[in-house]
Design a protein around this ligand. Sequence first.
Ligand SMILES: [Zn+2]
Length: 314
Amino acid sequence: MNRRQTIPKELRYTFNDFDRDFPNDDACLEQIKEQRFQGGITACEKCERPRKHYRVKGRTAYACETCGNHIYPLAGTIFEKSSTSLRIWFHAMYLMGSTRCGISAKQIQRETGVTYKTAWRMFTQIRKLMHEDVRLGGAESSGVEMDEMYHGGRRKNESGRMLRGNRGHLTTVMGVVERKGRIVARVAPELTITATNALVKEYVLPKTMIFTDEAGSYSSLQHIEMMDYEHRRINHSQKVYVAGEVHTNTIEGFWSLVKRGIGGVYHSVSAKYLQGYLDEYSFRYNRRDSGNLIFSALLEQVSEMASRRPALEA
Ligand SMILES: [Zn+2]
């Protein structure tokens, strides 16, 4: 079945739409300028008053028509120091945002015609746009599920027991997900009570109901100061997987998506790039109801991320 046909019309954004909206570098620069200066650049900080600005030919700059002061809308963005055309960047973002299960740097190279090195660089930078710090749950929510995943190598030892922590070449990933909501997944340096509690405090709102399995690293969630979490555990070792609302099926579903993705699109992912991969999957998961409008979300992230950085000198 062609999945594209299942995307509602208002959530579709085809390559033709993209091509019409962004035919060249100038159109892309205009877009970034509009995002960062809503309604255009209307004031000059040097003249300290409202001024018209015009586009400087051959540069990614706009200049004050009175004093000539330059404004660079790309300053602080992932495009700032790149010699690759803005249109190609946008194209790569379109590709990464419009396929359901991700696209590799190799595919970006093929589709855009850049070198593999450039494709890889764009790929990792675009993934940075997908790194989100969200806070989940809250007293009014239906709770969050928390669980860990092991990446790389064998997951069980000879006696069939699950290995804990980063033993051997396994990397641990911790995840928190809202039921019918958003997810956060982070590579965890270690699987201890301290590390787990720190992650929960950072990403889960106070008074949230947290569902986990019986692993020891979750044993002190309800004692985290000031957070007033409630905690329910499911006893996987007793082969119980669902007891009423107490289960971790949502997050386990996400882990299988991630594992299928690593096997299918990327073949393998080294520990170094695992966080980027998780960010990409989470970003897409958190927008699973927005059809292929993920490209617009990525565009918004460009200015969002740049505004979080200290202002750069032009
Ligand atoms: Zn001026």
